[in-house]
Design a protein around this ligand. Structure first.
Ligand SMILES: [Zn+2]
Length: 316
């Protein structure tokens, strides 16, 4: 599971891999790489973990400009799960804007946040040296220690459950508060319709759906889950001009009703973000995925073999 292929200094979810490292990863995977569709059949699951499928989430432009040439060079197929309303979106995705607002420069001490049902006022209590902890901080693994890290987590939890229009308002408010520009950085641009079409038409690429608006499905009532799943897929099919039968859960969040909704519209394979290798007997509508982070080819090989138990017995 990749997201962005780009250089990035602040990356609390570790979703960026540099073009150089991505090239080294694909060189390692070249002989093991299979299309994700292979995993609809039992024979994809080898005891030694010799078959690996590459996926991307969200639909960033760098998937076309940076990742695709590398995939071509190594002959590696990939599935790209795209957010329906993300195609042609000129605004930054909210999670990217939030980290830019909170984890970049100095911040005012108090924040009024008139959105959602949580606290509407926050106070920052920054200590000397807190800034130094920002660069390498991992929001998904490390505890939130500094006042700013705690605020980042609290606001992330508050914004993720807002409706899309409210998310945009909340982000405008936060960027303004932080004194950050509202323009989308070049490394965080989503594909437009023409760029999406280029990806969808490419023989190495299969597009999948990632819902219409990237909601937290587990926070939605079943009928709203179903609508996001159905309409996201409809939008993908309209843009791609062909059936779309693959899906990934935004933020990796899913429950029984979301899984049933995905299955009921004829999705053949759906991916979560549960960080373990897929094995025989796994539910095809909740396949786990591993997320490679920024690391060179040698470390990537060690990570696959030693940490993930993959590529066993493969010569290279
Ligand atoms: Zn996503």
């Amino acid at each position: 599971m990749y997201h962005c292929i780009a250089e990035e200094t602040v990356d609390p979810w570790a979703i960026c891999v540099t073009p150089q490292s991505f090239d080294e990863h694909m060189a390692v995977l070249a002989r093991a790489a299979v299309d994700l569709g292979t995993f609809t059949g039992d024979d994809a699951y080898t005891r030694g973990g010799g078959r690996i499928a590459v996926t991307f989430d969200d639909g960033y432009l760098d998937n076309l400009t940076a990742a695709l040439p590398t995939l071509e060079r190594h002959g590696v197929p990939a599935t790209i799960f795209v957010i329906g309303n993300g195609v042609g979106r000129t605004r930054e995705f909210w999670w990217d804007a939030l980290q830019r607002a909170l984890l970049s420069g100095p911040l005012p001490e108090t924040l009024a946040f008139p959105f959602g049902t949580g606290p509407h006022t926050y106070t920052l209590d920054e200590r000397p040296g807190d800034d130094a902890a920002i660069g390498g901080w991992r929001a998904d693994f490390d505890a939130a220690v500094t006042s700013r890290q705690k605020l980042f987590r609290a606001l992330w939890d508050a914004v993720v459950v807002l409706d899309p229009a409210e998310q945009d308002d909340a982000i405008d408010h936060l960027l303004d508060w932080a004194g950050q520009p509202t323009s989308t950085p070049a490394t965080r641009v989503a594909v437009d319709e023409a760029q999406f079409a280029q990806l969808a038409a490419h023989p190495l690429i299969t597009v999948g759906s990632h819902t219409l608006d990237h909601p937290s499905l587990t926070d939605l009532a079943p009928e709203r889950q179903a609508a996001q799943i159905r309409e996201g897929r409809r939008r993908m099919e309209e843009l791609a001009g062909c059936p779309v039968t693959r899906f990934s859960y935004p933020y990796g969040r899913f429950d029984d009703t979301a899984r049933a909704a995905v299955r009921d519209i004829g999705i053949e394979i759906a991916c979560t973000s549960v960080p373990v290798p897929a094995v025989t007997g796994d539910d095809r509508h909740a396949l786990p995925r591993l997320q490679p982070t920024e690391m060179d080819g040698d470390r990537f090989t060690r990570w696959l073999r030693e940490d993930c138990g993959l590529l066993a017995g493969s010569a290279g």
